[in-house]
Design a protein around this ligand. Structure first.
Ligand code: GLU
Length: 339
C-alpha cells in the first residue's frame, strides 16, 4: 500500500513537472540568475541609468543566463544599506556616500565601515541643485536660514549634501531652517504649490524633476553656492568637486548664467558576496557597448572608459577587475582599489 502511494505521488510529480514544462516553453528558470539594481526616484537620473544597464545586459540574457531588473528606491543611502543587507545585488550611489559607507562616516557612523561594499565604475556627474521660489527672497545660500526647505528623504544622497553644506555654512539645519524630509519626486509640485520655499536635489542634468520644478506658474531659480562654502568642503573631502548647473537645460528658470555648486559622481556599487561572473557580465556589456549606452540619456554625454574609473572608494569587485584586465583598462584604476 505504501509503495503504491509513493508510486502515485511520484507519478503526479512527474506529470506536474511535464505540464509545467509544456505550459512555460523556454522557461529555464532553474538556471537564470535574477539580479536587481537599486536606483532612485523615477524622475531622477539613477532610474533611467538602471534602465540603461538592464537594457544593454538583458540583450544577452540567454548567453549569460542573467536577468537584470530595476527598482525605484529612496536613493544612495538606501541602496548601500539594501546591498549590505542582501536585498539588492547592485545600486547606484553617490561617490560621497560610497566613501562614507566604506569609511563608516555620517549615516554609517554607528554601524561602522561597510567592508563588504565593492565598486564597479562611475557614471554621470551630479550637482547639488537648490531650487527656490523667486518670491521667497532667497538669493544666497545664507538666505535659506529660516526658510521651509525640503532637504530630502533619509535614504537620499541630497539630504547628506544639504546637511554637510549647512554645517559648513554655520547653519544648524535642525534649528535654523524648517527642514522637510520628502522624496525628490515630490519636491517640484510642493515648490509650485507654495508648500515649500526651496528644495535640494543632487542629480545629473538634464532631469525631469528639475524641468517640472522650473516650468510651472511660480517663477523659480537656482541658488548658487559661494566659494567660501565650497572651497573648504572640497579641501576636506576629495569626493566633492565644484561644478555648474547648466541653465540651458532649464530655459524657464530665472537664472541667466550657469550656477556654481557642489558636485559628486553617480557610482555603481555591489557587494563582495555577488558572484564574479555576474559582475563580469554586467561590466563587460556596459563597457563594450558604451557608445550605445551613452545614447540612452543626455547626462552620459561626458562619459569615457577612463573617467568611468574615477570617483570610487570601495575596492573594485573581482568580476569587474577581470574585465578591466582583459580590456587593458587597469592602468586607469587607482592601485589602492585593487585588492
Ligand atoms: N543623488 C540622488 C541620491 O543619491 C539620486 C539622484 C537620481 O535619482 O538621479 O539619492
Amino acid at each position: 500500500m505504501k509503495n503504491f502511494r509513493s508510486i502515485v505521488i511520484a507519478g503526479i510529480a512527474v506529470i506536474c513537472f511535464l505540464v509545467a514544462g509544456v505550459m512555460a516553453p523556454g522557461a529555464v528558470s532553474a538556471k537564470v540568475t535574477f539580479v536587481t539594481i537599486g536606483t532612485g526616484g523615477v524622475t531622477g537620473v539613477y532610474y533611467p541609468t538602471g534602465g540603461a544597464i538592464s537594457k544593454i545586459v538583458n540583450k544577452k540574457s540567454k548567453q549569460y543566463n542573467l536577468k537584470v531588473t530595476v527598482e525605484s528606491t529612496g536613493g544612495s543611502v538606501f541602496n548601500v544599506n539594501a546591498i549590505m543587507a542582501g536585498d539588492l545585488e547592485f545600486g547606484i550611489v553617490e561617490s560621497s556616500r560610497q566613501n562614507q559607507a566604506w569609511n563608516g562616516k555620517m549615516n554609517w557612523a554607528k554601524k561602522g565601515p561597510q567592508k563588504d561594499l565593492r565598486s564597479i565604475c562611475s557614471f554621470h556627474p551630479e550637482s547639488v541643485t537648490i531650487v527656490a521660489g523667486d518670491d521667497t527672497g532667497i538669493k544666497t545660500f545664507m538666505d535659506l536660514k529660516g526658510k521651509h526647505v525640503n532637504i530630502g528623504n533619509p535614504g537620499s544622497g541630497q539630504r547628506g549634501e544639504a546637511i554637510e553644506l549647512f554645517g559648513q555654512a554655520g547653519i544648524n539645519w535642525q534649528k535654523d531652517i524648517k527642514a522637510e524630509g520628502m522624496k525628490a519626486v515630490e519636491s517640484a509640485q510642493m515648490l509650485q504649490d507654495g508648500r515649500i520655499d526651496a528644495f535640494f536635489y543632487t542629480v545629473g542634468h538634464p532631469n525631469g524633476s528639475i524641468k517640472e520644478a522650473t516650468a510651472g506658474n511660480r517663477k523659480v531659480h537656482f541658488v548658487p553656492i559661494p566659494d567660501s562654502i565650497l572651497n573648504p568642503l572640497i579641501k576636506k573631502h576629495p569626493y566633492f568637486a565644484k561644478a555648474f548647473i547648466p541653465v540651458k537645460f532649464y530655459p524657464t528658470a530665472s537664472n541667466k548664467k550657469d550656477v556654481p555648486t557642489l558636485a559628486v559622481k553617480a557610482t555603481f556599487c555591489t557587494s563582495k558576496k555577488v558572484p564574479a561572473k555576474v559582475v563580469y557580465a554586467i561590466t563587460k556589456e556596459v563597457f563594450d557597448n558604451l557608445e550605445a549606452f551613452k545614447k540612452l540619456h543626455p547626462a552620459y554625454s561626458v562619459l569615457t572608459k577612463q573617467n568611468m574609473l574615477t570617483g570610487l572608494t570601495a575596492p573594485i569587485h573581482p568580476g569587474a577587475l577581470k574585465y578591466y584586465k582583459e580590456a587593458g583598462l587597469v592602468k586607469y584604476i587607482n592601485k589602492a582599489l585593487i585588492k
